[in-house]
Write a protein that binds this ligand. Sequence first.
Ligand SMILES: Cc1cc2nc3c(=O)[nH]c(=O)nc-3n(C[C@H](O)[C@H](O)[C@H](O)COP(=O)(O)OP(=O)(O)OC[C@H]3O[C@@H](n4cnc5c(N)ncnc54)[C@H](O)[C@@H]3O)c2cc1C
Ligand code: SF4
Length: 815
Amino acid sequence: MAERLLIVGNGMAPGRMLEHLLDKAPGRYDITIFNAEPRVNYDRIMLSPVLSGEKSYEQIVIHGDGWYIKNGITLHKGTKVTGIDRAAKTISTDNGLVESYDKLVIATGSVPFIIPVPGHTLPGVLSYRDLDDVDAMILASKARGNAVVIGGGLLGLEAAAGLAEQGMDVTVVHLMPTLMERQLDASAGYLLKKEIERRGIKVVTGANTKAILGTSRVEGVELEDGTVLPASLVVMAVGIRPNGWLAKESGLTVNRGIVVDDQMRTSDPDIFSLGECVEHRGATYGLVAPLYEMAGVLARTLIDEPAAYNGSVTATKLKVTGISLFSAGDFAEAKDREEIVLRDAARGVYKRLVLKEGKIIGTVLYGDVEDGAWFFQLLREGADIAEMRQTLIFGQGYAGGAPLDPMAAVAALPDEAEICGCNGVCKSKITGAITANGLTSLEEVRAVTKASASCGSCTGLVEKLIGLTLGDTYAPKVSKAACGCTDLGHDDIRRLIIAKELKSIPAVMQELEWKTSCGCSKCRPALNYYLLATWPGDYTDDNQSRFINERVHANIQKDGTYSVVPRMWGGMTSAKELRAIADVADKFNIPSVKVTGGQRIDLLGVKKEDLPGVWADLNAAGMVSGHAYAKGLRTVKTCVGTEWCRFGTQDSTGLGIKLEKFTWGSWTPHKVKLGVSGCPRNCAEATVKDIGIICVDSGYEFHIAGAAGLEVKQTVLLCKIETEEEVLEYTGALMQLYREQAHYLDRIHKWMHRVGFDTVKQQIVEDHERRRALFARFVHAQSFAQVDPWAERVAGAFDYEFKPLADLRFAQAAE
Ligand SMILES: Cc1cc2nc3c(=O)[nH]c(=O)nc-3n(C[C@H](O)[C@H](O)[C@H](O)COP(=O)(O)OP(=O)(O)OC[C@H]3O[C@@H](n4cnc5c(N)ncnc54)[C@H](O)[C@@H]3O)c2cc1C
Ligand code: SF4
């Protein structure tokens, strides 16, 4: 008599296992299946096309009723196994059945994870796991209305796309800054978000769900920052957990999942397990490919053939029509890895291969995934790619071929190919103009044809065309690249950020075709600065792109401790402030208290863990961060002026305080220091500051471009002005011009040297309109900037551990 094989769960994994088993040994077992779902085995992967209306349930059935009858299998639909008696070798079900087994297979899959926020049990809150969920979503979508999908992973995005297809107004809420962050890096995540938004789906990243709102059914979702999103349907797609409770209750070993060996045997030799419910060598799986490998191994094990499952490397695709993405393996950054990156901004293509010791260990492809399977095969085989490294990223078609000639691609373009999208200029118009008019430079081509004269993103292409037409006689002007990650110089990057309205680092890197996936310690802080200076209030700061001092709001010193400098407006302080500083020094055993060259007090030797406590106490005494660590406004040094001094001509202290209260918090390309002296005796040393004011009888001398650091520079007199209001206006305008034109890490004197004193003078002194506009832009930017980072940190911001981009282990001057 055949042995009795009982199977708990009728999902995709046991379905495939049975196909193998019936194929190899049709009569070996008397098979009975119990399935909690009231239906036959269907392709769960295809639930998204059912939701979007592209397929029907009937089209995704794998084994229909006839298949079970034909193969003599008893299927109990809608029957849940509630207990296993391992001693008696029987199972019991929720409808009172008790059946005995010789061999038992547990294939209970996963359970969706539900975040236990208030309101999560309200009607209208669904998970996304089976056909019932899909039916409920389709029913809810009939009334149109708003849907919120919590979770921007694979399932969440598929649910969102399906619901949008059904006519709902959909918002995806995702905790992390990047969609599908486990499968995609920031660059591919950026392209995906852009495409999802292009389909009318809203995406809110970096958002934590606080509560689901509603009385008798769901009405909305409240986020941690107080935003309320209206919703008549909420889909939670935040992850899955292996479903191991039945195994656990029957005494089998269960960690994250049901623990199995290489033959899919549990801790009981007669009980096997496979699918999403298992844990094999510490790993659990949520994709079908590994489960199918397990299915083959279990079928052979059940007929006593030797077989072993060794674990799987998985690859991911998103099943939303028209979105092509592929990711596999490990693509995290690490020191021992190299990467090859190809970006095609116009086609929205991003390809990245991560290499270690000459082998592919990870790949992310977006927009063009044709070679995904080939890269994945090379990855799984651990193939040595040294021979084809140069052409590898172009795919299998180029494997082993010669490196591509960039000129050949331009030469191959047809005459009517559009080169400059902004001005609609085609290839033949450019080459024709070069020949007809004897043009020899980019500037001339721009002037005659308008090509590359607007946003400039086609400049490289136009230059190649000039080179192609003129041959070796053409020597293009090369601007120095900002770093090895790009061919563009700082000015081009700044110009294109504005022209293309780029508002995040991943957007810049993709659209400007960065040659690396995430930039380097040179370009990341620069891009972060350019973005926040260009789009104040509209750009979220990327904390990880800042150096250590700016990330922790204090100066790291050579022994690993920190120093903090509270702001003392215009160099003034009070007994109350001094007492608070003294108390902080005592309370936190701060070993050194020093007066800086910028008239502030530096508390040196603070332990990292004490920083929030120090900030909290200083904040409580009314003091804020002095930004002594920042590429931003540091100090305004003053003398005592008319209030106390016999020589003073103006209230230099009062003006210094006004200037500091006006300019503090502003981020700049490098540090900025100001000085105000009450008379030409210049006790505040204003003539070695970035901006120096010398008060004179007739008003104020406005000096710029001094420095007293690595390079010592005396200021130059920009102009004389008459009122304090004008000093504020000129200061704001000058700082804004510097913010808008300087390269990152240029002090004011370096920037002025580059653009020319006369140009600065023309723009600030002679062009009144321009000065006023610059001033207005500075004031606008300041409305977002004057936030005390210490107070933010005390309130809990940035309390996660972040990865240092560059850990500068040298002391930075405290002033
Ligand atoms: C919407 C969606 C889209 C997906 N897309 C992809 C994709 O594109 N690519 C990919 O590789 N994977 C995808 N997956 C994952 C894939 O479907 C799963 O990995 C696979 O279905 C898991 O198979 P399984 O047999 O382990 O479990 P399941 O298919 O989940 O089957 C488990 C079955 O066991 C039943 N059961 C549980 N407990 C009991 C019990 N006590 N008694 C009786 N029956 C019980 C359940 O009702 C269920 O029917 C997707 C999943 C979903 C939900
Ligand atoms: S700069 Fe002039 S006003 Fe100021 S303290 Fe010195 S002497 Fe007095």
